[in-house]
Design a protein around this ligand. Structure first.
Ligand SMILES: [Zn+2]
Length: 266
């Protein structure tokens, strides 16, 4: 069951990525400011490194840990004897909520912001941005999530379901696409849309400091960080600290967590 689930997760992830990449070439909402191939090379290098370390080298270990938690009945939902479907659905909602606050911590704590600014330094936002997270951030987040899953008692199926849904929304909301206004309005009553998340990547600090959710837009509404920007064409994306092409070269981006501190996002 486990190899099948991880294969499905990989196929869905790669499929979603390629589909959105194709759509962006045809229906891009914002013109790219960086040379597209240069950015793709950098972002794909980051995605490749993260996949190699966290999915290929450590993936089996993480899956074995989730399986062990379930077998040993570790965590709240396991102790309560919650059924498999309820566990899976509750785990998707709970892990998305925890990720909302974890994302806020990346913006609020200087050490964490050093890592997360790699993601925000992208001067264009498209599906490749969805995987532009420094290995330090990805590793820290994987360790944190492991602890949360142990406490919460998510089943292995719940974790994999969360990862699939989370991965797809992460790709969709970074896509350089604009949904029809009516569809966007309806969808964002429950879910995060590309227009909602684009605001989070705006250079204006008040914008960067909003719309932290990944799957459900509820969390931003509930915790007062929801922001709507109607006219998005003029929005400048990225960070003011890295507004020149020379600021986001291969070496500078990969060294950002270790370089000089910069303004916090709030
Ligand atoms: Zn962020």
């Amino acid at each position: 069951m486990v190899p099948m689930l991880t294969t499905e997760r990989a196929v869905i992830g790669v499929g979603g990525f390629l589909l959105l990449l194709f759509c962006e070439q045809r229906w891009a909402f914002k013109p790219w400011v960086e040379p597209r191939l240069r950015r793709y090379a950098l972002n794909l290098f980051i995605i490749g490194t993260n996949t190699l370390v966290l999915s290929i080298l450590l993936g089996g270990l993480l899956i074995a840990a989730y399986q062990a938690f379930e077998l040993q009945r570790i965590g709240l939902l396991q102790a309560l004897g919650v059924g498999p479907w309820a566990n899976a659905l509750a785990s998707v909602v709970a892990l998305d909520l925890v990720t909302y606050w974890w994302h806020r911590a990346y913006h609020g704590l200087p050490l964490m912001w050093r890592m997360h600014r790699v993601h925000h330094s992208d001067r264009d936002v498209d599906v490749t941005t969805s995987g532009r997270f420094h290995l330090t951030e990805m590793t820290l987040s994987a360790a944190f999530r492991l602890g949360v899953i142990a406490l919460w008692g998510a089943s292995l199926a719940g974790v994999v379901l969360f990862e699939i849904v989370f991965g797809l929304f992460n790709q969709l909301e970074h896509a350089n696409l604009q949904l029809p206004a009516r569809l966007d309005r309806r969808l964002r009553a429950v879910f995060v849309t590309p227009a909602m998340h684009r605001v989070h990547h705006s250079q204006i600090p008040a914008h960067t400091n909003s719309n932290y959710s990944t799957i459900f837009s509820w969390w931003d509404r509930l915790f007062g960080t929801y922001r709507v920007v109607g006219e998005q064409a003029p929005l400048k994306l990225g960070l003011p600290e890295y507004r020149r092409r020379a600021d986001v070269t291969f070496g500078k981006v990969l060294g950002m967590p270790f370089g000089p501190a910069c303004r916090l996002a709030h």
